[in-house]
Structure formats: structure tokens, C-alpha cells
Design a protein around this ligand. Structure first.
Ligand SMILES: *Cc1c(COP(=O)(O)O)cnc(C)c1O
Length: 476
């Protein structure tokens, strides 16, 4: 595909932008020596250029997207419609509370809804992503210990199966990270946890269901071991899809957590669009939260701030329109629909896992939650076919590959999360393709390194693409 700079020609243009009526103003400004290097293209060329770009992208609206740990589910368009209402988009964050009662009601209502879903008591909407939420939650934990003059608590315990953001956030918040191993089922090793806690323990970070898609049966014991040692429990709630409306982190003994509205609660993601990672906590931590909370008084909603707040972690109210979408989604599904969605997610994952089991080796042979992990270790060893080869071959069949090489504790991992918004027909079709690709790898293993053949590009040098991206077009 041509770059836009390689299209068009001198003097060509279009009238998408009206002529500027303002007089030229050059006083005091340095003059360019050369004309700016802008593409000169007709409206047709622009239109085709962007249409072509859109065609080369792949999203949930194109097809199956089982990217584990990311919850790439369909986001109902009505939520976008709500978020684009002028009453939400045409306001200014410095407007007085009396002027923006509707927006404050959104903030107040979503706090209630998220607390009901998580079993927490208060919530801030400021963090803009999951990792940002983790960082915020850890600052809250730190502020709590400092407020009790318990400064020796400098260690955060993180299991080796954790999402990479967990240890990174803990380090960024100034803690030392203590890694503990998982047991044979991918769950927390209780003995290792008991050995790790102590008077230096600030807290534990955990996700449950964990990153291999299993619900830890010892969860109550885990949180009480940490509490008895004087630490707090942080729940990574980035993927709430398996348990929302069914089990609550607050009831499992967690004190503070984040949720990813851009995974579970209907904001499209991938490509780095605005996200939202609200942090919810128990009452004893609420005064440490950043940002404002909207509290209903006699004269409507008022903004309140925590008396011991850790300070702002984002401007104003966070990514507010993502919050509008989430509230719309939660209200559409309601008390019955939320657990139904979770059940659908778990059912779909188990359905696919069982269909694939005779062909792919499962990393853990248990009933899974919203996702499951396969290992290509055997194939790698026997015929040099890796998880990457399988993933690349899937591209040629028009489905987005699963998450690869995560979690780190599983070798040659492929992690599949079908989500509840896929039909049985889609799952059956995907299963057929997975099986076909596995058969292909048995018959012609050496060809597996050549895929994809039908995608816009083959296999880029991923390290170079990430470390040395070419993001500017050079014309001497
Ligand atoms: C996605 C995810 C995160 C990080 O969320 P971001 O919004 O990408 O920062 C953290 N933990 C888990 C388990 C996740 O799946």
C-alpha cells in the first residue's frame, strides 16, 4: 500500500477545509525556508486512502478476536450513542457542580454500580487504564500504611503468574516486589505465601480468576494470610468478565482493586484509545482516593474530595465518556443481565476448550473461567512448530490469533478468550480452523514458518518494529 506522501501530485488538493479569512500574520515569526512537506491529494484519493487503511485493520466488528486477557467483546453501539450526546461532550470540566448535575449523577451512579458489582464501598474514576489503576491503588495502600506510621511495609507480593503490569506498577509506586511461585494448578502456593509474608509486607496483588483462567479455591485463606501479617490485598480486576454479578472481590477479602472499563464494560480497546481503570476500595481506604466523588445532598449532587487523598492521578474526572458508556452498558444489562453475560463468557470458553482438547494440549486440565491456556510445548519439541507459527497461520483463516507467550509460567502458550458475545456458529467455525491449522502443522511442519501468506504483511521483525519504529517519512 502506498503512503499518502507517495500519492497525488503538486497543486492537487481538495476543499475539505474552508479558506481562512484571517489576514496573514508573519510578524515576529521565523519564516520557513521551504514549503511544508504536506501531501497534495484529491478528495477521492484521501477517501480511498483511509478506506484502504480501515480495510487493513482488524477489529471485533470484522470477526472473531479471542485475545486472552483482553476481553475483545462486541461493544453495543447504543453505548457510543449515549457517550456522544452533546450534554456530555459539550461541557467544560471547570463548570460549577450546579451546572453539571447530569454528569455528576453519572459519576454517582456508576460508583454505586461498580461498588455493587465488586463488593467495595467507594470508587475513583480518575485512572485512565488498568496499569494506571494498579499504580493508584498501590499509592492508596502506601498512604494507608504511612498514615498508621507503619513505614517499614515496603514489600508487595506478586505471584509469578501475574500480569506484567503488576510488578511494574508496584515498582513504580516505590515498593520492592516479592515474587512467589504458583502451584501445579497455576494457583497461589499457600506455603510460599506464608513464607513470604511478614512485618515488611505492604500487600499482595492478585487476579482471580488468575491469568491461566482458573478461580483460586483458596482465595479466602490467601487474603486472610496477608491480613494477619498486617498487609492489604489488591485485586487486579482488569478482566471481570467471568465473575461480574456472581462473585465479588470485596467478599473474597480484597481491600482495593481496579476494573478495566475498556475490557469488561463496553469501551472498544486496542490501538491505544482512551480507557478507564476505576479504583474501588473498602470504606477504611476511601479518604485516600484521588479525584472527586459525587455525593447526593439535599440540593443535588456535590463534589467531595478525600481528606487524605494521594493527589490527582489524571486531570479532573478521568476519561469521562468511557464512564458514560460503562454506565449505559450496566444499566442496559441490569441485575439479571450482568451475571448472564459472565455465565455466557465462561460457557463459551469451556465449550471451545472441550472441542479443542483432543487436538491441543491444555496447560491445565480443569474447568476454566472466561479463558483457557493451551501449550504448544510438545509440537515445538517434536516438529519445531511454535505457538507463534500456529498464531500466524490462524491469520490466513481470518481470525485474530489468541494471546501468545502469556502467562509466562506456561511454555509456548496460546491463551484463548472467546467472550460471551460470540455465537455458537462462530465458535464452531473457529474450532474447525484451529483443528485445521493443527493438522496442517502435522502434515507440513516446515511450511508453518511461512505463514501468514494472505495478510497485508508477512512476519515483521517484531523486536525491531517495537524498538526502532520508522514513524516519519523522509524526503531529503
Ligand atoms: C489488561 C490487563 C491489565 C492492564 O490493563 P491496561 O488497561 O492495559 O493498563 C492488568 N491486568 C490484567 C490481568 C490485564 O488483563
Amino acid at each position: 500500500m502506498k503512503l499518502i506522501f507517495e500519492m497525488g501530485g503538486p497543486g492537487r488538493g481538495c476543499d475539505l477545509i474552508p479558506d481562512c479569512k484571517a489576514p496573514d500574520c508573519t510578524v515576529g515569526l521565523a519564516q520557513r525556508e521551504k514549503k511544508p512537506m504536506l501531501p497534495e491529494v484529491s478528495e477521492t484519493e484521501i477517501s480511498r486512502h483511509y478506506t484502504e487503511l480501515a480495510k487493513q485493520a482488524y477489529g471485533v466488528n470484522d470477526g472473531f478476536y479471542p485475545l486472552g486477557s483482553c476481553t475483545m467483546k462486541y461493544n453495543p453501539k447504543i453505548n457510543d450513542q449515549a457517550a456522544s450526546l452533546a450534554d456530555f461532550t459539550q461541557i467544560h470540566p471547570l463548570q460549577a457542580a450546579a451546572d453539571v448535575q447530569g454528569c455528576l449523577e453519572v459519576i454517582g451512579e456508576i460508583e454505586k454500580a461498580l461498588c455493587a458489582i465488586t463488593g467495595m464501598d467507594a470508587c475513583t474514576l480518575q485512572p485512565a487504564a488498568g496499569a494506571h489503576g494498579e499504580f493508584t491503588g498501590l499509592l492508596v495502600i502506601k498512604a494507608y500504611h504511612v498514615s498508621r506510621r507503619d513505614q517499614k511495609r515496603t514489600k508487595i507480593i506478586v505471584p509469578d503468574s501475574a500480569h506484567g503490569t503488576n510488578p511494574a506498577s508496584a515498582a513504580m509506586a516505590g515498593f520492592d516486589v516479592v515474587n512467589i511461585p504458583s502451584d501445579a494448578n497455576g494457583c497461589v502456593d499457600l506455603e510460599a505465601l506464608r513464607a513470604a509474608v511478614g512485618e515488611n509486607t505492604a500487600g499482595l496483588m492478585l487476579t482471580n480468576p488468575n491469568t491461566v483462567g482458573l478461580f483460586d479455591p483458596n482465595i479466602a485463606e490467601i487474603t486472610s494470610i496477608v491480613h494477619e501479617a498486617g498487609g492489604l490485598c489488591y485485586y487486579d480486576g482488569a478482566n471481570l468478565n467471568a465473575i461480574m454479578g456472581i462473585a465479588r472481590p470485596g467478599d473474597m477479602g480484597f481491600d482495593v482493586m481496579h476494573l478495566n472499563l475498556h475490557k469488561t464494560f463496553s469501551t472498544p480497546h486496542g490501538g491505544g484509545g482512551p480507557g478507564s481503570g476505576p479504583v474501588a476500595c473498602k470504606k477504611f481506604l476511601q479518604e485516600f482516593l484521588p479525584g472527586i466523588r459525587a455525593v447526593k445532598g439535599a440540593d443535588g449532587y456535590e463534589m467531595t474530595r478525600g481528606s487524605q487523598t494521594v493527589g490527582n492521578v489524571h486531570g479532573f474526572y478521568g476519561n469521562f465518556l468511557v464512564v458514560v458508556r460503562a454506565l449505559c452498558y450496566i444499566m442496559t444489562l441490569g441485575r439479571e443481565g450482568i451475571p448472564e453475560a459472565a455465565e455466557g463468557a465462561v460457557l463459551n470458553a469451556n465449550y471451545m476448550m472441550h472441542q479443542l482438547k483432543p487436538y491441543y494440549q491444555m496447560a491445565y486440565d480443569h474447568t476454566c473461567m472466561h479463558e483457557f491456556v493451551m501449550t504448544l510445548q510438545r509440537e515445538k519439541h517434536e516438529r519445531n512448530v511454535s505457538a507463534l507459527d500456529i498464531a500466524k497461520a490462524l491469520l490466513d483463516h481470518g481470525i485474530h490469533p489468541p494471546t501468545m507467550y502469556f502467562p509466562l509460567i506456561v511454555h509456548e502458550a496460546l491463551m484463548v478468550e472467546p467472550t460471551e458475545t460470540e455465537s455458537r456458529e462462530t465458535l464452531d467455525e473457529a474450532v474447525k480452523i484451529f483443528i485445521e491449522v493443527m493438522k496442517q502443522s502435522e502434515e507440513t511442519p516446515e511450511r508453518m514458518h511461512e505463514y501468514p501468506l494472505a495478510a497485508p504483511i508477512g512476519r515483521p521483525d517484531e523486536v525491531a518494529a517495537a524498538r526502532k519504529p520508522v514513524v516519519r517519512y523522509g524526503r531529503e
